[in-house]
Design a binder for this molecule. Structure first.
Ligand code: SAH
Ligand code: SF4
Ligand code: F3S
Length: 377
């Protein structure tokens, strides 16, 4: 029996697909490179931008014929798209050959649902939950080479006005520190991994809802005390919560890679406010200054959204000037995409796609120029 998993979206989803793979392997399935050969195909979806959703719809739709040829094939759709009731209903109606639809909080049910579907003829849409419990010790089949992902927290409380994540991933919950340390000890002891990457939508707020677990910087320091030859990194940091003790921890621990992904989203204070990012351009630049002063040659990368509602030429210039000042080592520039149910969806002043496109290209060129400048130094 073969399985094939198609993953969209962020590292969180890549890691969750490793857990899905673990569950399927435990059930006796083995991985298949070819989607068409698989007895079970899982789409682990992302809802962050319209483009991600369209790609998933297209690829799910393309399986109609495969399923017609082999009715016993199981097709599962999970992840952030299906966590929205409207989208789950749409998939159920539009793709009658999809067998199981489950949300983001239901991985532990997957095995039972697959067995149920194999025994009964009825398609399954798992009931969506907003609340969730952290499930420890799910089986896992790691597939990311010598990098091991480790979740330290789930969900997001920030409600940036453009973003769907808080609606599909629920409120922040941190894993127990001891569970994280045990997982990392096992990873290190296995001898198979060089790098450990801690994951969370906002790793800096680790432990903020459960103070007994300590802070993010304490977690970093404790992980670095684990014996063994490994490097540690983490994502994503929210600038509003990146405190001095975290900078100290990066500086003081040889095991921590000297790099940080610090999404700025915009360099305009007006837009940052509309985005509900809770920091100013000045505050952001101050953190960058501290990072560079304390950690020589630190690599800084970022995410930027262009064409947020009402973003004008002056706002965009602010972003470009900030980019030039920070001299990023990498920029992920995205065109703003309207997400259903978010605050920005209803904002006046939506920006033309043509302008968004021009601004993304401008940033990509700027990134190249900065890279060229750094290389000639
Ligand atoms: N938790 C992380 C980001 C998760 S989403 C953080 O706060 O940094 C990854 C990136 O997708 C974001 O940083 C943002 O730049 C982008 N993004 C999120 N929603 C978007 C939208 N509606 N349109 C375009 N880009 C978006
Ligand atoms: Fe989205 Fe903001 Fe949460 Fe990141 S911090 S996941 S951008 S709401
Ligand atoms: Fe996408 Fe969900 Fe990650 S919306 S970016 S897969 S948290």
């Amino acid at each position: 029996m073969l399985y094939n998993i198609v993953t969209y979206g962020c590292q969180m989803n890549v890691h969750e697909s490793e857990k899905i793979a673990g569950i399927l392997e435990k059930m006796g399935y083995t991985a298949s490179e070819k989607r068409e050969d698989a007895d079970i195909i899982v789409f682990n979806t992302c809802a962050i931008r319209e483009g991600a959703e369209d790609r998933a719809f297209g690829n799910i739709g393309a399986l109609k014929q495969t399923k017609r040829e082999n009715k016993n094939k199981l097709i599962v759709v999970c992840g952030c798209m299906t966590q929205q009731k409207k989208v789950a209903d749409y998939i159920y109606k539009t793709f009658p050959f999809v067998d199981i639809i489950i949300g983001t909080h239901d991985l532990e049910k997957l095995e039972g649902l697959i067995k149920k579907r194999l025994e009964e003829k009825k398609r399954i849409v798992s009931e969506l939950k907003d609340n969730y419990d952290i499930i420890e010790n799910l089986p896992i089949h790691r597939t990311s080479g010598d990098n091991a992902w480790v979740n330290i927290m789930y969900g997001c409380n920030n409600f940036c006005t453009y973003c769907i994540v808080p609606y599909v991933r629920g409120r922040e919950q941190s894993r127990k520190k001891q569970d994280i340390l045990n997982e990392i000890k096992n990873i290190v002891q296995s001898g198979k991994y060089k790098t450990i990457t801690l994951l969370g939508q906002n790793v800096n707020s680790y432990g903020s809802e459960d103070k007994t677990q300590g802070t993010f910087s304490e977690l970093l320091n404790d992980i670095c005390k684990i014996d063994g030859d490994f490097k540690l990194t983490f994502m994503t940091s929210h600038p509003k919560d990146l405190t001095d003790d975290v900078i100290e921890a990066i500086k003081n621990n040889d095991k921590i890679i000297k790099e940080i992904h610090l999404p700025v989203q915009s360099g305009s204070n007006r837009i940052l406010k509309l985005m509900n990012r809770k920091y100013t351009r000045e505050h952001y630049l101050d953190i960058v200054r501290k990072l560079k002063e304390n950690i020589p040659n630190i690599r800084i990368t970022t995410d930027i959204i262009v064409g947020f509602p009402t973003e004008n030429e002056d706002d965009f210039k602010d972003t470009c000037n900030l980019v030039k000042e920070v001299k990023y080592d990498g920029i992920f520039a995205f065109m703003y995409s309207k997400r259903s149910g978010t605050v920005a969806e209803k904002m006046e002043g939506q920006v033309d796609d043509k302008i968004k496109n021009e601004r993304v290209n401008y940033l990509l060129n700027l990134e190249k120029e900065i890279k060229a400048q750094k290389e000639t130094k």
